[in-house]
Design a protein around this ligand. Structure first.
Ligand code: PRT
Ligand code: ZN
Length: 283
């Protein structure tokens, strides 16, 4: 039974659990339980604060963990990052009060920067030869300049609205993050086999995310043109219709491209276009 460390509450909890659920791994939500065994896969969830997950995996208390790459980097944990999970996207950025005349990274020399990520920040500053004072604070970093604790901040940004609400301007993006799957560095062959199965399932989930299945009737005369518009995984499926001048064309597309493709296909005579959600793609 492998143990996977998952954030007990907070931004990554729900999506971590729904990822597991979508690949057929049911575990109880962290109500009062710290540990929850799955009945459908040889895994048990260990619910923790995200700060503790890298170390718990490094020490082997858990074999796997789902955590932000920012936490892995900040803690300098000796773990392997084996998959990017496509949720929890954010960046660690430097931000200054919006009225400041910011003219480049030299601006930070001799200034105080408040952050909960001192290690990533110090490394960045040292690499650029900037001598700034790093003020470590946990929580509400964005208010530090307004209350006079610091001249600037280094914090997680996602939409950017927290910065704007606090009169700050993002000036340098330092680190791009998302939720990742991490493992302990020494795995037994048995652990590895379970992890390979897990990764196979996650891959199919990641590949199918944001995809739509499209089928339509198309005049045979427009088929070559339609295939250029719909480059499927290998090539689109073409099926004959009772009427010899028409065929049915099936393909998988990115949801983001849907309306552009629909317009292009309509322009070459496509009819009866059906669009469906994709549950799984197994490559
Ligand atoms: O209790 P625990 O210690 O487990 O949780 P936590 O409070 O330390 O972390 P949590 O749940 O806030 O975040 C967990 C992880 O989610 C982070 O380590 C990141 O990897 C990821 N993540 C993604 C974010 C954000 N987006 C995010 N926006 N973490 C924090 N934020 C904060 C940000 O600091 C800002 O203050 O949310 C605020 C809003 O951001 P904007 O830019 O959208 O306004
Ligand atoms: Zn935390």
């Amino acid at each position: 039974m492998l143990r996977i460390a998952i954030q007990s509450k907070g931004r990554l909890n729900e999506e971590s659990l729904s990822l597991l659920q979508s690949i057929g791994i049911e575990v109880d939500a962290p109500k009062r339980k710290l540990l929850s065994k799955s009945q459908t896969f040889p895994i048990e969830a260990l619910y923790l604060r995200d700060d503790d997950i890298p170390h718990v995996v490094e020490s082997g208390t858990a074999t796997l963990g789902i955590v932000g790459l920012n936490e892995v980097e900040e803690r300098g944990a000796e773990v392997s990052v084996i998959a990017r999970l496509g949720f929890g996207a954010c960046r660690l950025s430097l931000a200054v009060p919006k009225g400041e005349d910011y003219d480049g990274i030299e601006w930070f020399s001799g200034r105080r920067i408040a952050t909960s990520y001192p290690n990533i920040l110090r490394k960045y500053l040292i690499e650029r030869g900037i001598d700034a004072k790093v003020e470590v604070i946990t929580g509400s970093v964005e208010i530090a300049p307004a209350v006079g604790i610091a001249d600037a901040i280094f914090d997680i940004v996602s939409s950017g609205s927290t910065l704007i609400a606090n009169g700050l301007r993002e000036v340098e993006t330092v680190f791009e993050s998302e939720a990742v799957l991490i493992t302990n560095k020494s795995l037994t062959a048995e652990d590895q086999a379970v992890i390979d199965d897990l990764l196979f399932r996650i891959d199919s989930e990641t590949v199918s995310r944001g995809k739509k299945y499209m089928l339509m009737n198309i005049p045979r005369a427009s088929l070559d043109e339609a295939i250029k518009i719909l480059p499927a995984m290998r090539s689109p499926t073409v099926m004959p219709l009772a009427s010899p001048d028409w065929c049915s064309l099936h393909s998988v597309i990115d949801a983001a491209d849907l309306w552009t493709k629909v317009r292009q296909l309509k322009a070459i005579g496509a009819e009866g276009i059906l669009v469906m959600d994709v549950d799984k793609i197994i490559l």
